[in-house]
Design a protein around this ligand. Structure first.
Ligand SMILES: Cc1cc2nc3c(=O)[nH]c(=O)nc-3n(C[C@H](O)[C@H](O)[C@H](O)COP(=O)(O)O)c2cc1C
Length: 156
Protein backbone atom coordinates (compact mmCIF):
# COMPACT_ATOMS: atom_id res chain seq x y z
CA UNK A 1 0.00 0.00 0.00
CA UNK A 2 1.13 3.53 -0.67
CA UNK A 3 -0.20 6.99 0.19
CA UNK A 4 0.30 10.29 1.98
CA UNK A 5 0.10 10.10 5.77
CA UNK A 6 -3.19 11.59 7.04
CA UNK A 7 -4.04 13.06 10.41
CA UNK A 8 -6.15 10.68 12.55
CA UNK A 9 -8.02 11.54 15.76
CA UNK A 10 -4.69 11.83 17.61
CA UNK A 11 -5.68 9.28 20.28
CA UNK A 12 -2.93 6.83 19.35
CA UNK A 13 -0.14 9.07 20.61
CA UNK A 14 -1.97 10.77 23.46
CA UNK A 15 -4.06 8.00 24.99
CA UNK A 16 -2.32 4.80 23.95
CA UNK A 17 1.34 5.82 23.73
CA UNK A 18 1.33 4.28 20.26
CA UNK A 19 1.43 6.86 17.44
CA UNK A 20 -0.09 5.69 14.18
CA UNK A 21 0.13 6.91 10.60
CA UNK A 22 -3.28 6.86 8.92
CA UNK A 23 -3.44 5.88 5.25
CA UNK A 24 -5.87 7.59 2.85
CA UNK A 25 -9.03 5.74 1.84
CA UNK A 26 -7.93 5.02 -1.75
CA UNK A 27 -4.65 3.53 -0.50
CA UNK A 28 -6.40 0.87 1.57
CA UNK A 29 -9.02 -0.22 -1.00
CA UNK A 30 -6.87 -2.94 -2.62
CA UNK A 31 -6.50 -4.54 0.79
CA UNK A 32 -9.96 -3.94 2.26
CA UNK A 33 -11.59 -5.41 -0.85
CA UNK A 34 -9.76 -8.72 -0.26
CA UNK A 35 -8.90 -9.02 3.43
CA UNK A 36 -10.79 -9.04 6.68
CA UNK A 37 -10.33 -6.40 9.38
CA UNK A 38 -7.70 -7.09 12.00
CA UNK A 39 -4.16 -6.52 13.17
CA UNK A 40 -1.42 -7.18 10.59
CA UNK A 41 2.37 -6.88 10.53
CA UNK A 42 5.00 -6.14 7.91
CA UNK A 43 7.40 -3.40 6.95
CA UNK A 44 6.97 0.32 6.27
CA UNK A 45 9.09 3.01 4.77
CA UNK A 46 8.44 6.72 5.26
CA UNK A 47 9.85 8.77 2.39
CA UNK A 48 11.63 12.07 2.58
CA UNK A 49 9.69 14.69 0.56
CA UNK A 50 11.69 15.74 -2.54
CA UNK A 51 13.73 18.97 -2.60
CA UNK A 52 13.45 21.53 0.18
CA UNK A 53 11.63 19.22 2.54
CA UNK A 54 9.72 21.16 5.20
CA UNK A 55 10.38 18.33 7.64
CA UNK A 56 13.71 16.57 7.33
CA UNK A 57 13.30 13.27 9.12
CA UNK A 58 16.96 12.24 9.10
CA UNK A 59 18.67 9.22 7.58
CA UNK A 60 17.63 6.58 10.14
CA UNK A 61 13.94 7.46 9.99
CA UNK A 62 13.62 6.94 6.25
CA UNK A 63 14.98 3.39 6.42
CA UNK A 64 12.67 0.37 6.24
CA UNK A 65 11.23 -0.37 9.69
CA UNK A 66 8.92 -3.08 11.05
CA UNK A 67 5.29 -2.00 11.32
CA UNK A 68 2.10 -3.26 12.96
CA UNK A 69 -1.21 -2.12 11.51
CA UNK A 70 -4.78 -1.97 12.70
CA UNK A 71 -7.22 -2.32 9.80
CA UNK A 72 -10.87 -1.82 10.66
CA UNK A 73 -13.28 0.19 12.77
CA UNK A 74 -11.50 0.36 16.16
CA UNK A 75 -14.40 -1.20 18.13
CA UNK A 76 -13.01 0.29 21.38
CA UNK A 77 -13.52 3.79 19.93
CA UNK A 78 -16.49 2.85 17.71
CA UNK A 79 -15.23 4.53 14.53
CA UNK A 80 -17.77 4.87 11.74
CA UNK A 81 -15.26 4.57 8.91
CA UNK A 82 -12.82 1.79 8.21
CA UNK A 83 -9.23 2.97 8.61
CA UNK A 84 -5.72 1.57 8.28
CA UNK A 85 -3.49 2.84 11.07
CA UNK A 86 0.16 1.95 10.82
CA UNK A 87 2.43 2.00 13.87
CA UNK A 88 6.00 2.14 12.56
CA UNK A 89 8.32 0.54 15.13
CA UNK A 90 10.96 3.24 15.28
CA UNK A 91 11.43 6.31 17.46
CA UNK A 92 10.71 9.28 15.16
CA UNK A 93 11.85 12.69 16.39
CA UNK A 94 9.24 14.55 14.31
CA UNK A 95 5.71 14.03 12.99
CA UNK A 96 5.54 13.08 9.34
CA UNK A 97 2.02 14.04 8.24
CA UNK A 98 1.90 14.57 4.47
CA UNK A 99 4.92 12.38 3.81
CA UNK A 100 4.64 9.44 1.44
CA UNK A 101 4.58 6.04 3.13
CA UNK A 102 4.92 2.59 1.58
CA UNK A 103 3.71 -0.47 3.46
CA UNK A 104 4.10 -4.16 2.71
CA UNK A 105 1.75 -6.41 4.69
CA UNK A 106 3.22 -9.85 5.41
CA UNK A 107 1.07 -11.50 8.06
CA UNK A 108 -2.08 -11.48 10.17
CA UNK A 109 -2.03 -11.43 13.97
CA UNK A 110 -5.61 -11.25 15.33
CA UNK A 111 -9.05 -9.72 14.88
CA UNK A 112 -9.79 -6.23 16.24
CA UNK A 113 -11.36 -6.48 19.68
CA UNK A 114 -13.45 -4.33 21.97
CA UNK A 115 -12.04 -3.82 25.48
CA UNK A 116 -13.40 -3.01 28.91
CA UNK A 117 -10.44 -0.72 29.64
CA UNK A 118 -7.85 1.33 27.79
CA UNK A 119 -5.11 -0.48 29.74
CA UNK A 120 -6.18 -3.83 28.28
CA UNK A 121 -5.95 -2.39 24.73
CA UNK A 122 -2.49 -0.95 25.53
CA UNK A 123 -1.35 -4.39 26.81
CA UNK A 124 -2.53 -6.13 23.63
CA UNK A 125 -0.80 -3.54 21.43
CA UNK A 126 2.47 -4.23 23.32
CA UNK A 127 1.95 -7.95 22.62
CA UNK A 128 1.23 -7.21 18.92
CA UNK A 129 4.57 -5.39 18.72
CA UNK A 130 6.38 -8.39 20.24
CA UNK A 131 4.62 -10.78 17.84
CA UNK A 132 5.62 -8.53 14.93
CA UNK A 133 9.30 -8.38 15.88
CA UNK A 134 9.48 -12.15 16.55
CA UNK A 135 7.73 -12.99 13.28
CA UNK A 136 9.86 -10.66 11.16
CA UNK A 137 13.02 -12.22 12.67
CA UNK A 138 12.27 -15.39 10.66
CA UNK A 139 14.74 -15.76 7.76
CA UNK A 140 12.08 -15.79 5.02
CA UNK A 141 11.02 -12.22 5.92
CA UNK A 142 14.48 -10.61 5.93
CA UNK A 143 14.45 -10.26 2.13
CA UNK A 144 11.87 -7.47 2.44
CA UNK A 145 14.31 -5.50 4.57
CA UNK A 146 17.29 -6.15 2.28
CA UNK A 147 15.50 -5.64 -1.05
CA UNK A 148 13.38 -2.49 -0.73
CA UNK A 149 12.05 -2.44 -4.31
CA UNK A 150 8.48 -2.92 -2.92
CA UNK A 151 8.84 0.48 -1.23
CA UNK A 152 9.36 2.22 -4.57
CA UNK A 153 6.98 0.23 -6.74
CA UNK A 154 3.99 2.56 -6.34
CA UNK A 155 5.70 5.96 -6.29
CA UNK A 156 4.86 7.90 -9.43
C1 LIG B 1 -1.13 -2.76 16.91
C2 LIG B 1 -2.48 -2.12 17.09
C3 LIG B 1 -3.53 -2.87 17.55
C4 LIG B 1 -4.79 -2.30 17.74
N1 LIG B 1 -5.82 -3.07 18.20
C5 LIG B 1 -7.05 -2.53 18.36
C6 LIG B 1 -8.14 -3.33 18.82
O1 LIG B 1 -8.04 -4.55 19.02
N2 LIG B 1 -9.33 -2.71 19.01
C7 LIG B 1 -9.52 -1.37 18.78
O2 LIG B 1 -10.61 -0.88 18.99
N3 LIG B 1 -8.52 -0.60 18.31
C8 LIG B 1 -7.28 -1.15 18.11
N4 LIG B 1 -6.25 -0.38 17.65
C9 LIG B 1 -6.56 0.95 17.13
C10 LIG B 1 -6.40 2.05 18.13
O3 LIG B 1 -7.59 2.14 18.84
C11 LIG B 1 -6.17 3.30 17.27
O4 LIG B 1 -4.92 3.20 16.65
C12 LIG B 1 -6.30 4.54 18.10
O5 LIG B 1 -7.65 4.78 18.30
C13 LIG B 1 -5.66 5.77 17.45
O6 LIG B 1 -6.42 6.27 16.41
P1 LIG B 1 -6.20 7.77 15.92
O7 LIG B 1 -4.76 7.91 15.52
O8 LIG B 1 -7.15 7.93 14.76
O9 LIG B 1 -6.55 8.67 17.05
C14 LIG B 1 -4.98 -0.93 17.46
C15 LIG B 1 -3.92 -0.16 16.97
C16 LIG B 1 -2.68 -0.73 16.79
C17 LIG B 1 -1.55 0.10 16.27
Amino acid sequence: MYGLVQQGFGRGSKELGCPTANLPEEAILPMTSQCKAGIYYGYARVHQPPHGAPVDLGERSIEVHPMVMSLGWNPFYKNEKMTAEVHVIHKFEKDFYGHEISVVVLGYIRPELDYTSREALIEDIAMDIRVTLNSLARPAYTKFKDDTSWAHAMIK
